[in-house]
Each structure stands twice: as structure tokens, then as C-alpha cells.
Design a protein around this ligand. Structure first.
Ligand code: NAD
Ligand code: LMR
Length: 337
């Protein structure tokens, strides 16, 4: 375990960050970024509460990851809990990053994982509701993340649905990169690109509101056909393209997106994409978790931005991704009790 000995340490109380699937691919990047202060800032100590399956190999691998965390001597890392017991992992957690679940392989859609992974979120949703800190914020990464998030939130009585968020930040980052490359500008020149709907090929990366160097992206990239087809499809199918190339699903970029997701939620004024309970906004079914733009109002708190304009193409894309989310809701309705 690292000791607090550097001048970068602060007197802030450590945040308890529970992370599941801690011996998996994504966590092999994610945990080190959290411990380095990339998620909560360089003055915020953390205690990592790491959950793995109750399986000899997985727990041995987790032990190895914890040893490597020790060997980094991160000044902000004030403790590591390694466990296969969900109550221990989620006890008093301020933030839960729910990564642990099966990834898809070649030829599968993320929704094919629903039945297997959905059950994980029933159990973990109940335990989080019972033992996590009152203000606990949950970030679901495990796929299909929107619907897993809905399942987890449905188990709660104490922790409200708006504390449950799912990750579409990887899609936002992918969309920003694609627009920058097409326009021949730097990624930092692209702004106001938000993801609507499901983390699946039906998602809508809202290029109609995006800006490039402050100008409307549609005025900079005038090839509308490229925006409506190549761009939307490239972003929507990027996960499958990575699986085809690597033989494994995205890991470092997913970890980076999880850091961005929570970091933006800890940065008042940040405007970013989150999948949250839609409550009927932007024409989504009120009970589904859909990507949409939010503004962080205080560390860990956000409000949905409700008034982004939608043109006819945007509305048709949202109708498609909403239909898929409603289909997933129907598939798992028995898990929502
Ligand atoms: P991985 O197989 O490398 O790791 C998953 C880990 O979770 C394994 O170590 C496994 O033992 C553990 N695990 C399984 N069930 C668990 C449980 N009940 N409790 C605790 N741990 C459990 O997979 P990965 O590449 O790290 O991906 C994890 C998930 O993230 C997958 O579902 C993947 O599809 C998803 N993902 C989401 C996004 C996104 O943008 N939302 C991006 C990439 C990957
Ligand atoms: C991704 O978008 O890279 C992940 O959701 C993994 C996948 O299955 O596509």
C-alpha cells in the first residue's frame, strides 16, 4: 500500500472508489490513472476498493495488479482493498466504476451480452444501495452499459436513479477525433459534440450542433452525406472495428473515457455526454438510460441540458436509437423489479 509522503498530498479526506472487474483489461489502465490523480485531481487522495469474481485465477491476477499499484508508489493512493465480496467492495464507496462483466467477441452485438451481464447488475445494484455512501455516484462501463445501468438503478431504494450514469464518453471522444481528422484540425478545435442514445451502432453523434474552431461543423465539413453516413457509422461501429483489429475489445481508450466521464463530473461547468435516465427528454422513452448532454453543477452533480435543437435527421436518428433502447428494456423487464 502506498504511503502519503509527497508534497503533492493534500489534507483532503480520501474518496472511496469501488471498481469492479479489477483484474480485467480496462482496469489494467484505469486503476493506475485513478491512483495517479487523473480522475479526481492531483490533490484528492483515493482508496481503491477492488472487486473481482470469486475465482482463484481472477483473484491471483487481482493480487498482481495490487502489487503493481504498490510498486508505483502513488502519493495519492491511500489504500487498496482486494475482494470477491461485493459488500466489502462497495462499503461507503463515494464512486463506483462498474466495469466487471463479459466483453463481446467478434460477430456479437453488445446487446447479446444482456442476459449474462444483466444479472451482475441486479446483485451489485442491491449491494450498492445497501452499503455505499449516500451521495454515491455510479459509472457503468460493462456492456450493454445503458441497459445494465437501468437494471442496477432499478434495484435501488436509497440511491436515486440520477446517481446512476452509463458511459458514452468513448463515443464522444471517437466522434471528436473523426471530425478533427476530416476537417484537418486538432481535436482541441472540436467542441459541442454530444452522443444521444445507446452505446451501440444506433447511437447518434450529434454533428448538427458540433463546432470546429467555434464555427458550425456543418459549415466546415460541407459533405453532408459523409456526416450522415460515414461519420455516424464509423463512430457507431468503432468498437467492432477495434475488436476485429485487436481480437479484443477496446481497453486503454475505454479506461481513458471512464477517467474523462468521472473527471468531467468532478469539474463544475464541464459540458459532456452521459447516459442518464432520460425522463422523456429529447423524445426518449422516460425509463431508458440515453446518452445526452449534461452540465456539471458541482463535483459529482449534474443537470441535463434540455434545449439542444434537433433537425429532422437528428430526430430520425434519435427515434432509431430510442427504439433499440425500448427493445432492450422489454428484454430485461423481469430484471427491473
Ligand atoms: P475483461 O474480460 O478483460 O475484464 C472483465 C473482468 O471483470 C474480468 O477480470 C472478470 O473476472 C471480471 N468480472 C466478471 N464478472 C464480475 C463480477 N460479477 N464482479 C466483479 N468482477 C467481475 O473485459 P474488459 O475488456 O475489461 O471489458 C469489461 C466490460 O467493459 C465489457 O463488458 C466490455 O464490453 C465493456 N466495455 C465498455 C465500453 C464502453 O464504452 N461503455 C468500452 C469498452 C468495453
Ligand atoms: C467499445 O465501444 O469499444 C466497447 O463497447 C466494446 C465493444 O464491445 O464494442
Amino acid at each position: 500500500m502506498s504511503t502519503c509522503c509527497s508534497s503533492t498530498c493534500s489534507s483532503k479526506a480520501p474518496l472511496r472508489v469501488a471498481v469492479t472487474g479489477a483484474a480485467g483489461q480496462i482496469c489494467y489502465s484505469l486503476l493506475f490513472r485513478i491512483a495517479n490523480g487523473d480522475m479526481f485531481g492531483k490533490d484528492q487522495p483515493v482508496i481503491l476498493q477492488l472487486l473481482e469474481r470469486n475465482d482463484e485465477k481472477a483473484l491471483a491476477a487481482l493480487k498482481g495488479v495490487a502489487m503493481e499499484l504498490d510498486d508505483c508508489a502513488f502519493p495519492l493512493l491511500h489504500g487498496i482493498v482486494q475482494t470477491a465480496d461485493a459488500e466489502t467492495a462497495f462499503k461507503d464507496a463515494n464512486v463506483c466504476c462498474l466495469v466487471g462483466s463479459k466483453p463481446r467477441g467478434p460477430g456479437m452485438e453488445r446487446a447479446d451480452l444482456l442476459k449474462d451481464n444483466g444479472n451482475i447488475f441486479i446483485g451489485q445494484g442491491k449491494v450498492i444501495d445497501a452499503v455505499a455512501a449516500d451521495n454515491c455516484l455510479v459509472a457503468v462501463v460493462g456492456n450493454p452499459c445503458n441497459t445494465n445501468c437501468m437494471i442496477g438503478a432499478a434495484q435501488g431504494k436509497r440511491i436515486k436513479a440520477d446517481r446512476w450514469t452509463a458511459m458514452v464518453r468513448l463515443d464522444q471522444n471517437r466522434a471528436a477525433s473523426q471530425l478533427a481528422q476530416k476537417a484537418g484540425v486538432k481535436v482541441k478545435d472540436v467542441s459541442d459534440i454530444f452522443i444521444y442514445g445507446n452505446h451501440s451502432p444506433t447511437m447518434f453523434p450529434g454533428f448538427h450542433n458540433a463546432k470546429i474552431k467555434g464555427q458550425k461543423a456543418t459549415e466546415v465539413i460541407t459533405d453532408r452525406a459523409w456526416l450522415e453516413t460515414t461519420f455516424c457509422e464509423t463512430v457507431g461501429k468503432r468498437g467492432a472495428a477495434i475488436i476485429a483489429a485487436r481480437g479484443l475489445s477496446s481497453a486503454a481508450s475505454a479506461a481513458n473515457a471512464c477517467v474523462d466521464h468521472v473527471r468531467s463530473l468532478w469539474t463544475p461547468g464541464a459540458i459532456h455526454s452521459l447516459a442518464v435516465k432520460s425522463n422523456g427528454l429529447y423524445g426518449f422513452h422516460p425509463d431508458v438510460w440515453a446518452g445526452m448532454p449534461v452540465k456539471t453543477t458541482a463535483p459529482g452533480q449534474y443537470e441535463v441540458i434540455k434545449d439542444h435543437p434537433m433537425d429532422e435527421f437528428a430526430k430520425s436518428m434519435i427515434a432509431k436509437t430510442n427504439a433499440e433502447l425500448v427493445g432492450e428494456l422489454d428484454t430485461v423487464k423481469d430484471m427491473l423489479k
